[in-house]
Each structure stands twice: as structure tokens, then as C-alpha cells.
Design a protein around this ligand. Structure first.
Ligand code: SAH
Length: 434
């Protein structure tokens, strides 16, 4: 029985490493070795385009000739050699000389006669749960299997389904840990969570959530994802309910900066998109003013996705080519302004529109909108109890009251509502009624 291989990671910084060969495999190897800080020398009479590009961009010594005896020991012994010449006799010569000189040798043509092998390698993504991880997989004589496993591990890390986020000492500084890893200063990510379904957040949003030390959440958005967070993740709920504002925006801004300045990774998880009537812009500004690194991860906004869930496209060929999104929170004037600036046939999408529906509808009628303009009230889009009430501008307030329509709901005003008659609900995975 052959003994199992011995996995090891190497510090190649500044050490002489030789690549014999000038083809695409040699190019890949040379790139990896340069990234790892090696002092790379390529020995090949010709180089392929990839390798030529690399030689132009990074510091590599190219010996433009065949391999000759002594190359691995002169002018000084190499620490490692990769041979990928495509010529079996040359690769054999290189590996023999490497063996004699006690230089580890990776052979591209024949793993069984190599003294070293390169695993399938992936490095974690900056800012996500996989940051700081190197995934290296070997699968004996089956490199494709190793690549598949590597990719699966990385995907699972970034999606949060492997909850192994990095737990770092809290520090605001840029300390360096053994191994060269920098301890990161805290940061804030404004993550759009989408309209509420757990699988309508982006991949990056999900990855940042999996890496978070602190999550500051709202009432809206994919709250179900919070249950999957580790027990040591601090969840701060600043959720607002209509007419009841438990945490002010100023306080939320302070919270974000406070936690980030303790060196924590903060995710501000918001419903829909952070920059659509979500005050994400204010949060970003506040972080920047306080020197806190901040990024935004866009989300699927309810303004478009909630009508879609009810089978209402906000634009539709032959009906309208534009739509306007407005907040109805501060009264009908804002809505009127948005509507009057838009094309007469533009679909009007109102967020936070339930409380003031009667006055908004009245104002639109007074401004000349047809009383029979179709209106849809879509409550709790993409959630199991999604419900849609279809009415007209004239009857919207009375019908909403009769049906007991409550926030959160999106109000759609315009002829596109009629498309729903033909397509019905379109939210996959959401049992619907109404
Ligand atoms: N930034 C968010 C909007 C925040 S304002 C976005 O891009 O979606 C809050 C309003 O969004 C609610 O009052 C409601 O009008 C709407 N909303 C958000 N999620 C919703 C959902 N799942 N169903 C219906 N309306 C929703």
C-alpha cells in the first residue's frame, strides 16, 4: 500500500522557484507561484500567449532556451520546480535532477512520478464568510473531482450554508496575525434583503450576512434568514411598525458606526433595495462621515417585485413604457408631484401607501385621473399570506377598508393592473389567495 501524501503549505516569498515549459499549464503554474510571492524563473525556448502576457505584467525571469543540466542548482538551488514541457523525456530529466538535488518537483504529465502535487486551490472572497480561507483539495489521480469539491466548499461557505464565519478578535486597528492575515477594521454593509422570501436576497448579500458579527434588521425583508445565524451573532431589531417608531434613524446610524468602530462586521439588513425609500443613502453618508468603510448590496425592490408577484408588470408593451415609484408616507402632495412629472400613462407604484390611501386616491382623482383607473393593493408580497385586492381609483379606499388591507402593501395605479386578469399570481413558491 502506498503511504498517503503529506499536505503542506509553503511560504514561497522571495524563494527561487523554477517553471520548465512555456505552454498554458506552465502559464497557470507561473501565475500561481508569482501570486504566492515566489521568485519565479521560466525556462522555455518559446512561450504561449498567456505566459507572454504574464511575463509582461509581472516580475518573472525568462530563460529563453531549453532546460539544461544544472538549471535547478545554479546559480543557487531552487526550492521547488514545476515541469510542464509536454515532452516526456524532458519532464523525466527535470524530475530526476530535482530528486538528486532534493528539490520538490511537480510534474504536469505524470502525477505518479512527481514528488509533489498541487491541489485544487481557491481563496475566500474579501468581506465574506470565506475571507481568509484557502481551500485546497486533492483527490488522488482525479483532479476534476478535486476542483468540483473545492468549488462546492467555496459556494457553501459564501452562501452561508456552512456557518464557519471567521471569529476575529475585536479591534479597530490593522494588526497582523501570524501568517500575514490582517485583522480587519470594522465595516458596514447595507444589504438589500429583497421583499421577504428567503431566496430573493442576492448571493453577495447572503454571503455578507453569513460573515456578520452584528445584524441590524428591519421589520421587512427576509427575516427568516435570521434564524440561521450563529448564536454569537448579535441581532439588533430596529423594525418600525406604522405609527410606531421604536428606533429613530439617527439612533440606527449611531448603532452602525458604534459596532463597526469596535471592529465588527455589521450588516444592515433592509427590506427590498437599500436605496429605494430605505434611507440607505443616509446610513452610507453617516458611515463615511465617521470614517467607517461601507458598501451597498442592491436588493430586489418591492416596488417592482411585489406587483410582479401579483402578475402585474410595471411596464407592458401596448400599455405603458414607464413607471414612477413614490412614497405615500408624507401625504398626497408628494405622490401628485411624482405623477405630474411622469408620462400620463406611466404606472404609479406607491410604497407606504395604505394609511393615506383615501386622501391619495382623492388627490389623484382631483388631478384628473380616470375614476375607473385600475388599482391593485398587494399585501405581504412574496410571503405565504400574500393577498391582492383589485379595485379602481374611485373605490380604492372603500374596498381597502372592507377587505381590511394592512401594511406592508404596494399600491399600483394604472392599466397594467389588468394584465393580472390573464396571468394571476406569479410568485413561485408562494401559496397565494385573494
Ligand atoms: N427599500 C424598500 C422599501 C421600503 S419602504 C424596497 O425597496 O422595497 C416600505 C414599504 O415597502 C412598505 O410600506 C410597502 O409599501 C413596501 N413593501 C416592502 N416589502 C413589501 C412586501 N413584501 N409586500 C408588500 N409591500 C412591501
Amino acid at each position: 500500500m502506498t503511504a498517503p501524501a503529506y499536505p503542506l503549505t509553503l511560504d514561497l516569498t522571495g524563494r527561487r522557484v523554477v517553471v520548465v515549459g512555456g505552454g498554458p499549464v506552465a502559464a497557470r503554474r507561473a501565475r500561481g507561484l508569482v501570486e504566492a510571492g515566489g521568485a519565479v524563473e521560466v525556462i522555455a525556448p518559446f512561450v504561449c500567449e498567456d505566459l507572454r502576457d504574464l511575463l509582461e505584467r509581472v516580475e518573472i525571469t525568462w530563460h529563453e532556451r531549453e532546460f539544461v543540466t544544472g538549471d535547478l542548482v545554479l546559480p543557487e538551488p531552487a526550492w521547488l520546480v514545476h515541469t510542464a514541457t509536454g515532452d516526456r523525456s524532458v519532464d523525466t530529466q527535470v524530475s530526476r535532477e530535482a530528486e538528486a538535488a532534493r528539490v520538490w518537483c511537480v510534474r504536469a504529465d505524470d502525477a505518479s512520478t512527481s514528488s509533489a502535487w498541487t491541489p485544487a486551490v481557491a481563496r475566500g472572497t474579501h468581506g465574506t464568510a470565506s475571507e481568509g480561507l484557502t481551500v485546497a483539495v486533492t483527490a488522488g489521480a482525479d483532479p476534476r473531482r478535486a476542483v468540483a469539491v473545492r468549488d462546492a466548499v467555496l459556494a457553501a461557505l459564501d452562501s452561508g450554508s456552512l456557518p464557519v464565519r471567521r471569529v476575529r478578535p475585536a479591534t479597530g486597528g490593522g494588526d497582523v496575525l501570524p501568517g500575514g492575515d490582517a485583522v480587519q477594521a470594522g465595516r458596514v454593509a447595507l444589504v438589500g434583503g429583497g421583499p421577504g422570501a428567503e431566496d430573493l436576497i442576492t448571493v453577495r448579500g447572503r454571503a455578507l450576512l453569513a460573515a456578520a458579527d452584528v445584524v441590524v434588521t428591519d421589520r421587512l425583508g427576509p427575516r427568516g434568514l435570521l434564524a440561521a445565524l450563529g448564536q454569537d451573532v448579535e441581532v439588533v431589531d430596529v423594525g418600525k411598525t406604522p405609527g410606531n417608531h421604536p428606533v429613530t434613524q439617527g439612533r440606527i446610524n449611531e448603532l452602525l458606526v458604534h459596532h463597526a468602530s469596535l471592529g465588527k462586521r455589521v450588516v444592515r439588513l433592509k427590506g427590498g433595495d437599500p436605496f429605494v425609500l430605505g434611507r440607505g443613502g443616509e446610513e452610507a453618508l453617516h458611515c463615511i462621515e465617521h470614517g467607517i468603510p461601507v458598501e451597498v448590496v442592491p436588493g430586489v425592490t418591492s416596488a417592482v417585485s411585489v406587483p410582479a408577484a401579483a402578475g402585474i408588470p410595471v411596464t407592458h408593451r401596448g400599455i405603458t413604457a414607464s413607471f414612477v415609484v413614490a412614497s405615500a408616507h408624507d401625504g398626497a402632495d408628494q405622490v401628485l408631484r411624482a405623477a405630474s412629472d411622469a408620462a400620463p400613462d406611466a404606472t404609479l407604484v406607491l410604497l407606504m401607501g395604505v394609511t393615506r390611501l383615501a386622501s391619495t386616491a382623492r388627490a389623484l382623482l382631483d388631478a384628473g385621473r380616470r375614476p375607473d383607473t385600475p388599482v391593485a393593493l398587494i399585501e405581504r408580497g412574496w410571503l405565504p399570506d400574500q393577498r391582492t385586492t383589485v379595485t379602481t381609483l374611485e373605490h380604492a379606499a372603500a374596498d381597502a377598508e372592507r377587505a381590511g388591507v394592512k401594511a406592508p402593501a404596494v399600491v399600483v395605479v394604472g392599466d397594467v393592473v389588468s394584465v393580472r386578469q390573464q396571468v394571476g399570481d406569479l410568485a413561485g413558491g408562494v401559496p397565494s389567495r385573494g
